[in-house]
Design a protein around this ligand. Sequence first.
Ligand SMILES: [Zn+2]
Length: 471
Amino acid sequence: MKSFDLVLKGGTIVTPERARPGDIGISDGRIAAVGLPGTLGNAAHVEDVSGLHLLPGLVDPHVHFRDPGYTYKEDWQSGSAAAAMGGVTTVLDMPNTDPAPATAQAFGAKRAIAEAASHVDFGLYGLLDEKSLPHLSALVDEGAAAFKCFMCDTTGDLPSPSDGAILEAFEILAPLGIRTTVHAENASILEYRARRLKQAGRTDAHAHLAARPDVAAVEATHRAISFAEWAGARLHIAHESCAASLPVIRAAKARGVEVTAETCPHYLFFDEADLERQGGHLRINPPIRRRHDAEALWLALRDGTIDLLATDHAPHAPEEKQGEAIWDVARGIVGVETQMRVMLAAVADGRLALCDYVRLASEAPARAFGLYPRKGSLAPGADADIVAVDLSWRGAIDAAMLHSKHAFSAWHGHPAAGRVVDVYLRGQRIVAEGALVGRPGTGRMIRPEMPAPAPRNVDLTLEAETKRASL
Ligand SMILES: [Zn+2]
């Protein structure tokens, strides 16, 4: 009989299809076999995980680890430690760092920082802005996981690109097959309304929502989808917060547009009533909206309009999260370490099925960004990224126990379920009995492998028309 490096024995294996008792055999960092209890035979090492549920390591496609450039907020070591402790074994890091990975050189420098410090595997976003267009294909060659396009302003000095540049970028990226994630809010509406509200003396927490009305998200979502559909580019809608945008996404999917969408736990659990209570802690872009938005997002997770969960983990120093006026407060919330536990509380309450959670938090993000089935799967051949969870644990989030540099957040005291006991990354235990035991630098960069691209209107691209003019 075959021998394994490691067998996890006696657990309940959870996949998007089912949860049932079984053993997992691991060799050379990969899952080598999955079998009924007691059927796997010899192993160099056997770990008894009786009573625990084994989930594929979470894939969080939206984190800001702030490194390089803003390491007083977070860095690769602290951010990836928080990820590991939250059962997240793969992260995709956003490009609003300084310098931004907008050239092959800056991308390589960021990769070196992450490789030296990361506790978990990672992909790196390239920046899509007005100036990065000549560098997009070199960034793909370097292994960019995807591109991020900020359609409005963000943390860091990164002006949003013009519509002309976004369309040209989609024309360049469509034949490369790589996905572009957009922050879809209309910059002009946001700037105009913020200016007028400030003039009117509004400084309260609600003013942040008032400056970013639903229609600003609906319009930008529609525009991004129009450009992606025209060019045949793959698109991802980041941090969907808004009920009114959902029909736009649903209709695009029905037309066959290659668009995926994510939402984040803070849009599912908080609403404008929490803005009063939490003030600047809940200043987040896009804003926390109304109760009916949260309810619509839960439904959209079930009907497939929203494909997956991400955290938009976006830490700031405590003094940046306070201010006299809401306009002075930095925008973002931590979340990479708490996502699993707040979502498993919803599972415990019967709001979400455990198998659906695994699909939303692990398989679907891996699929959307070309990492599946190496990531997001417990099938033989997959990387042995496995989280052993004690589902009997129920409690509340304690910010003092979190590993982010600045963990105090709106999640403190929030209901939680499921204690992360052990985490394996490529067969190596990085969390043992709830304690971080992995070393910084264990994480590796992973490159996306996307399906064959399907560009459209290729004879009408800016490049094609430019060549035509020179004939
Ligand atoms: Zn973000």
